[in-house]
Design a protein around this ligand. Structure first.
Ligand SMILES: [Zn+2]
Length: 432
């Protein structure tokens, strides 16, 4: 105990150092008895380094290794890492301190530390976007100047992620790296605006406006790492055992034609689907994820390249079906059968278009079904009707309220309007 007399000093961090593994770019430190990680993590880290260096083009001094300090758990980390209060990880002298065995966010910081320390909106935004750490979120509603005001706020992280994702989408990574190098941690809003227009030849305000009005499918994610996952044929079931490598396993799949995926996952975290896109749209959307138990989904997708993230242990059973149950007009749609089982919710993800769209569902397997919108912000714009010819007043409005609307099983017609301020999908949750 220190009572504030001579000999007292600030406690020093107690960094894991019992076990050390080395690879070309990493020195990984753990404590004795850390069962969450094994030496195999190095292969995943090296692959991550290679993929991100290829994309971001950061320089690396030959022989330099990142010290990765893996803490046993949150309490070990909180007591001994000496990161800022509330942080889940940090970078100190180029070394990563975290209780996450594969901390993509801190890895991005570590890769770019030699390029510079830009103002937090850009520094954190780059880590958020390339670590894909934030799932589907609505585009920022506050201004970029406002987001810069509090460097520790989640608003700054989310806004920065959206900004960087948008810039990478539109201009690639080279100007982002120039921006990263030319800013400093205390660059203020005016300084950022000036340096930004020097490099991009356009104003940050104009780019920000382009994010706010963006429609279609988009999130803060620059989906680089997940889109390098092993290819999986659509419909091939998957079962992943717990491992000690990267936390989340990525697989990729392609759809030659638009289709609807029916999927069921099991495991503690379930799954997330996102779009890999083309050169014109290199980052895509994290469509859906959910936590806990078994989970069924039905998602309407365009032709394209996608990634699928699962956190082992996990199972996935899935199949593709034609999207003949959903369209821009109600008449002529074929019913899609959904079986509602006990204790299993089903999530239906349908694209929002430029006008009202419709889906025809045949709901079986329960005496009744509870229906609600999943989007917390999306109270308006979706209804459920008995038939295509139902009078407008006879349909019931779906809301995001916990008190879900109850409907009988059998045929249900969904209809929903356009919105430009979300991720491009309307999501309806059904439960027994
Ligand atoms: Zn960070």
């Amino acid at each position: 105990m220190c009572l504030g007399v001579a000999g007292c000093s600030a406690p020093r961090p107690d960094l894991p150092s019992d076990v050390t593994w080395r690879s070309a770019h990493f020195t990984y430190h753990t404590r004795t008895g850390d069962a969450a990680v094994c030496e195999g993590i190095l292969a995943d880290l090296e692959r991550h380094f290679g993929v991100l260096q290829n994309r971001l083009g950061f320089p690396w001094e030959s022989g330099r290794r990142i010290d990765y300090y893996h803490f046993l758990d949150a309490s070990d980390f909180d007591a001994n890492a000496h990161c800022d209060p509330g942080a889940a990880g940090c970078l100190v002298d180029g070394g990563i301190r975290t209780a996450d065995r594969f901390d993509e966010h801190e890895l991005i910081h570590a890769y770019l530390a030699d390029i510079g320390r830009p103002t937090p909106l850009i520094e954190e935004g780059t880590a958020v976007s390339f670590a894909c750490g934030i799932g589907p979120t609505a585009p920022p509603r506050l201004s970029w100047r406002r987001a810069m005001e509090d460097p520790s706020s989640l608003d700054l992280y989310a806004a920065g992620g959206w900004l960087v994702g948008h810039l990478v989408d539109r201009y690639g990574t080279a100007p982002l790296m120039q921006l990263y190098a030319r800013l400093s941690p205390d660059t203020d809003a005016d300084g950022l605006a000036r340096t930004f227009s020097d490099i991009y030849g356009t104003s940050l305000d104009a780019e920000w406006d382009a994010i706010s009005i963006a429609d279609g499918v988009r999130t803060a994610c620059a989906s680089v790492w997940p889109c390098t996952g092993e290819a999986l044929a659509v419909g091939t079931d998957l079962s992943l055992e717990s491992g000690c490598g990267a936390n989340v396993v990525a697989r990729t799949f392609s759809l030659d034609v638009a289709a609807s995926l029916r999927w069921e996952t099991g495991g503690p975290w379930n799954a997330q689907i996102g779009e890999c896109g083309t050169a014109a749209s290199p980052h895509g959307a994290a469509l859906r994820s959910a936590t806990g138990g078994r989970f069924r989904g039905l998602v309407e997708l365009d032709a394209g390249d996608y990634f699928l993230l699962l956190r082992p242990p996990a199972t996935l059973a899935w199949s593709a079906a034609p999207s003949t149950w959903v369209g821009d007009t109600c008449d002529g749609l074929e019913p899609m059968t959904l079986t509602i089982a006990a204790q299993t919710s089903v999530e239906v993800d349908v694209r929002r278009g430029g006008a009202t769209r419709y889906a025809r569902l045949q709901i079986d397997g329960a005496t009744g079904v509870a229906m609600r919108l999943a989007e917390a912000a999306g109270g308006a714009g979706a209804e459920v009707c008995d038939s295509c010819s139902a009078a407008p007043g006879s349909c019931e409005t779906l809301t995001a309220d916990a008190t879900a609307l109850r409907r009988s099983t059998g045929e249900q017609i969904l209809r929903w309007g356009p919105r430009s301020d979300d991720d491009g999908f309307a999501t309806i949750r059904l439960a027994p």
